[in-house]
Design a protein around this ligand. Structure first.
Ligand SMILES: Nc1nc2c(c(=O)[nH]1)N[C@H]1C(S)=C(S)[C@@H](COP(=O)(O)O)O[C@H]1N2
Ligand SMILES: [Mo]
Length: 322
């Protein structure tokens, strides 16, 4: 077990039976690792978020858009889901066999009520609502998608996060039996993502259960995936199996792979380029427009959701904390 692997175990995955063994492995790894490696892991923490309050009316103004919807066909056949291959058309073919029932999510870490929860219990008392969000991928394409889902904050509240919960860490399923892509080291599996607590509790952040009025197709992250409309698409982690409240900024799959290209915040920002290409414009995959020849349109800061989210980043240097 590498130091990386040892540190990646979500708190909720550590049961009484395994904790002793894992702690021994962890200690062995720490003992073997040169001091420099450990120092290198501890990246500087960003300044604490400003205390802001968003009114429900303000939030609701982000739930709709008049822009043309992306066709169901494109949403379900042009995907990124590396567990099923790195090609855009791989997931729509290979993910059909992913079993999404029964499904449970382990919720743990800094909260009063930890637990392994079934999907049905997790959503109890919450009826999915439809919200039309723009989604912007770091590769330069974007879609407009009618999602079905529940506000993530409503779900998280039930677990009573403690004052130590500064971030929320998410982990995807990584089952090589069902997910052929997991046999390749394209990503250090499992896929992981994270949000700052205020971002996770923000009313625009959706735990999506479906799209176009139907349950999520497997290739789009069934049965539950994250949708954070003001951030690049890769923050929208799919097929979530663990959620952990944590004190320190959690490691994320793309940052782990390429820290210079993918930051923790990943807010859509035309003024901060990806090191290998500009982020100033995007190609909207919508309506009948062809994917390849759609006109480029200017990308908006926070993907156009500035009214709803900019106050969370007041005073934060967006070039440093990209
Ligand atoms: N588990 C997992 N989640 C993931 C990914 C992935 O490879 N694995 N890809 C991300 C990326 S890069 C994007 S752009 C979106 C794509 O979502 P979509 O296929 O539903 O459009 O999912 C994100 N969530
Ligand atoms: Mo992406």
């Amino acid at each position: 077990m590498s130091l990386r692997d040892a540190l990646r175990i979500p708190a909720s995955a550590i049961t009484d039976e395994t904790v002793y063994r894992q702690r021994r492995q962890l200690l062995a790894v720490f003992a073997a690792a040169p001091a420099l490696t450990l120092a290198g892991c501890a990246e500087a923490e960003p300044p604490p978020p400003p205390k802001t309050a968003i009114t429900p009316a303000q939030a609701r103004s982000g739930f709709r858009t008049d822009e043309e919807l992306t066709r169901l066909d494109d949403i379900t056949s042009y995907n990124n889901f590396y567990e099923f291959g790195t090609g855009k058309s791989d997931p729509s073919r290979a993910a059909k066999t992913l079993r999404t029932r029964p499904w449970s999510i382990a919720v743990g870490g800094e909260c009063a009520k930890r637990g392994a929860l079934s999907l049905d219990n997790l959503l109890k008392g919450l009826s999915p609502e439809e919200r039309v969000y723009r989604m912007r991928c770091v590769e330069g394409w974007s879609m407009v998608i009618p999602w079905l889902g529940v506000p993530l904050g409503e779900v998280l509240k039930k677990f009573e996060p403690t004052s130590k919960a500064k971030y929320v860490a998410f982990t995807s399923l990584a089952d090589p039996k069902q997910m052929p892509g997991v046999r390749y080291r394209s990503i250090n599996w499992p896929y992981r993502e994270g949000l700052r607590m205020d971002e996770a509790m923000h009313p625009l952040t959706l735990l999506a259960t479906g799209l176009y009025g139907k349950p999520l197709p497997q290739q789009n992250g069934a049965p539950l995936r994250l949708v954070v409309p003001w951030k690049y698409g890769f923050k929208g982690i799919k097929s979530i199996v663990a959620i952990d409240f944590v004190e320190k900024m959690p490691e994320t799959a793309w940052h782990d792979l390429q820290p210079s290209e993918y930051g923790f915040f990943s807010n859509v920002n035309p003024n901060v380029d990806h090191p290998r290409w500009s982020q100033k414009t995007e190609r909207r995959i919508a309506g009948k427009a062809s994917k390849l020849f759609a006109e480029r349109i200017p990308t908006r800061i926070y993907n156009g959701y500035g009214d709803q989210v900019a106050s969370m980043y007041a005073g934060l240097d967006l070039k440093k904390w990209f």
